[in-house]
Design a protein around this ligand. Structure first.
Ligand code: NAP
Length: 244
């Protein structure tokens, strides 16, 4: 059984290790946006060249199944994987961390569909915004007067006026998040619904301090795509795909 694992996330690395330990022949793939991703041992690095390139890859590399463990917001890769797997008739599974929609505080957050909407809401709130949306979307928040943007890796892009970059890689624990929000006098937290337990402490800390949260909803999945959020379920799916 030869499985293409689309990664670029901690969950992807964990799943690749679990599949390898279960005797599956794993071809791990990362886009290579960060040094951490580029240095993932044994992974191929870089895009496939759109749907056509990926379809060709599936055929020439004789891939039996694909697990898309890219970040929930890597929607282009997810759409390409769905189209290529359909063309090459290869089964596809979507593996993501569980959404924060089930978090105890989710009903109190302002849910928005995209970064433009998150920036518009932020512009109506006085004070200092903590942006935890990654590096690539920062231009959408240009114009906000007082922003701290926490990013895992800063790559020298121009920094919008009024923004301070805080380069720091998670996971972060509750006490550290509480201290950050307090020390930096944050009045609004902006986050994507990346999900999972590891990065959720900021949400608990914001709730403790009464800091409002703007949450960007996940992009919709391609129709009919099967999704799981545990390694055990992903392993079961791969085993079932191998049998049949
Ligand atoms: P994206 O917009 O969905 O993808 C853009 C292009 O990057 C894809 O069309 C594909 O190029 C290439 N690509 C993406 N993931 C790939 C993979 N695993 N292997 C090979 N090529 C890949 O993705 P993105 O939002 O820029 O994210 C890029 C990577 O960073 C993803 O692997 C994702 O898991 C990781 N990441 C993203 C976020 C986020 O918030 N978006 C956060 C943490 C980590 P071709 O069309 O040429 O095949």
């Amino acid at each position: 059984m030869r499985v293409l694992l689309l990664g670029g996330t901690a969950d992807g690395r964990e799943l690749a290790a679990a599949l390898g330990a279960a005797g599956v022949d794993v071809v791990a793939s990362v886009a290579g946006r960060t040094a951490q991703a580029r240095n993932q041992a044994g992974a191929r690095v870089g895009g496939f060249g759109g749907v056509e390139g990926l379809t060709e890859f599936l055929r020439t590399e004789q891939i039996d199944a694909v697990v898309d463990a890219t970040h929930p917001f890597a929607s282009r890769m997810t759409a390409n994987a769905a189209a290529a797997c359909s063309a090459a008739e290869v089964p596809l599974l979507r593996f993501t961390r569980q959404s924060w929609r089930s978090h105890a505080g989710a009903a109190d957050w302002t849910w928005v569909p995209d970064h433009a909407a998150a920036a518009a809401v932020s512009a109506t709130a006085p004070g200092r915004v903590l942006l935890t949306v990654g590096r690539q979307p920062l231009p959408a928040y240009r114009g906000l007067p007082d922003v701290i943007a926490r990013v895992a890796e800063w790559q020298g892009d121009p920094i919008p006026e009024g923004t301070r970059i805080l380069e720091s890689r998670g996971p972060f624990d509750f006490d550290a998040e509480l201290a950050l929000l307090r020390d930096e006098k944050i009045t609004l937290l902006v986050s994507k619904d990346s999900g999972g337990a590891e990065n959720g402490a900021k949400l608990d800390a914001a709730a403790r301090l009464g800091i409002p949260v703007v949450m960007i909803a996940r992009p919709p999945l391609p129709e009919g795509l099967h999704e799981v959020s545990s390694i055990a379920d992903a392993l079961s799916w791969v085993r079932a795909a191998a049998e049949g």
